[in-house]
Design a protein around this ligand. Structure first.
Ligand code: DAT
Ligand code: MG
Length: 134
């Protein structure tokens, strides 16, 4: 069994896509172990997106990610890290195939609805990082 950290971003909530996205996760048979709505700040985003701090779009990313609440989730299942990444689709909306969450609902690279851990070790690190909100 593996765990991954999923986060529905502020656009998912503003666009009333929370139910739709959670249904896709549940339809896949993935088990939601924990779920909570909370608001992020710049400090935690500098940790979470430390690989992007030097990018020109980082201020825009922080602005977006603090523009409203997010919904954090811990999902458990076999190979769930890669499985959830495939359900989400790739980062760039124009490369995300129809049938994926980003492919069906996103038309912007920053506002791409959903975060999912990209490796088992990052999943454990992110679950630790965000567990104080749960
Ligand atoms: P992912 O969310 O698919 O794991 P990432 O970790 O590379 O992608 O980047 C985190 C978020 O940063 C991504 O979901 C949206 C934003 N982002 C990444 N690359 C971007 C770019 N070239 N322009 C604008 N926003 C970007
Ligand atoms: Mg990432």
């Amino acid at each position: 069994m593996e765990r991954t950290y999923i986060m529905l971003k502020p656009d998912a909530i503003k666009r009333s896509l929370v139910g739709t996205i959670i249904k896709r996760i549940e339809d896949k048979g993935c088990n939601i172990k924990a779920m909570k709505m909370f608001t992020l700040n710049e400090e935690i985003l500098k940790e979470h997106y430390s690989h992007l701090i030097e990018k020109p779009f980082f201020p825009e990313l922080v602005n977006f990610m603090t523009s409203g609440p997010v919904i954090g989730m811990i999902i458990e299942g076999t190979d769930v890290v890669v499985g959830m990444r495939n359900l989400m689709g790739p980062t760039k909306w124009e490369e995300a195939s129809p049938g994926t969450i980003r492919g069906d609902f996103a038309n912007n690279t920053t506002e791409n609805l959903i975060h999912g851990s990209d490796s088992v070790s990052n999943a454990e690190e992110e679950i630790n990082r965000f567990s104080k909100f749960f």
